[in-house]
Design a protein around this ligand. Structure first.
Ligand SMILES: [Zn+2]
Length: 168
């Protein structure tokens, strides 16, 4: 027996992969992505015969989607050692930056976003766990993280572990 809530949100982003792993992706470019979170109750139980809901949907997704809309959407994802980062900070202080430990690949972002969503839920006191997060980079390519997604992260602490609006 299990039940999960699933929420999907679209956002536009730009990034580049600077480590040399992909020459094509070294040029800044963008994607329209969808992030899908699947949330499950920390304690499974019977629906109560009254309200019959796990958690009110607005409470489960409100802060998370606000983060996606206001911080992730139209953000420029850059690795912390990318020379473009210093340039952006110096000349374009209004840019929405998302800074990652190493290249901002879809794999890394999926793990970061799963951690961020969990941090927000925990802070909100919503007793839901991120069971799975899917980051759809294109209509045909996606990365799925589930289980102990924090173990995927290069570092435990960063903006992804903080339940706030930070992305750097
Ligand atoms: Zn790309």
């Amino acid at each position: 027996m299990s039940v999960a809530l699933r929420f999907r949100r679209r956002f536009s982003m730009a990034h580049r992969l600077a480590s040399g792993s992909s020459l094509k992706c070294a040029t800044p470019h963008g994607h329209d992505e969808y992030v899908v979170v699947e949330l499950e109750p920390q304690d499974h139980g019977r629906l109560d015969g009254e309200a019959n809901m796990v958690v009110e949907f607005a409470r489960a997704k409100g802060r998370w989607h606000r983060f996606v809309d206001e911080r992730l959407d139209h953000g420029f994802q850059l690795g912390e050692r990318d020379p473009l980062l210093a340039l952006a900070r110096e000349h374009f202080p209004d840019w929405r930056l998302v800074v990652t430990p190493g290249d901002p690949t879809t794999e890394l972002m999926a793990a970061c976003l799963a951690a961020k969503c969990q941090a927000i839920l925990d802070d909100e006191g919503v007793v839901l766990r991120v069971r799975r997060l899917t980051l759809e980079e294109t209509p045909t390519n996606a990365v799925v993280v589930e289980g102990d997604f924090r173990a995927l992260l290069p570092r435990a602490d960063g903006w992804w572990s903080r339940p706030d609006e930070s992305t750097e």
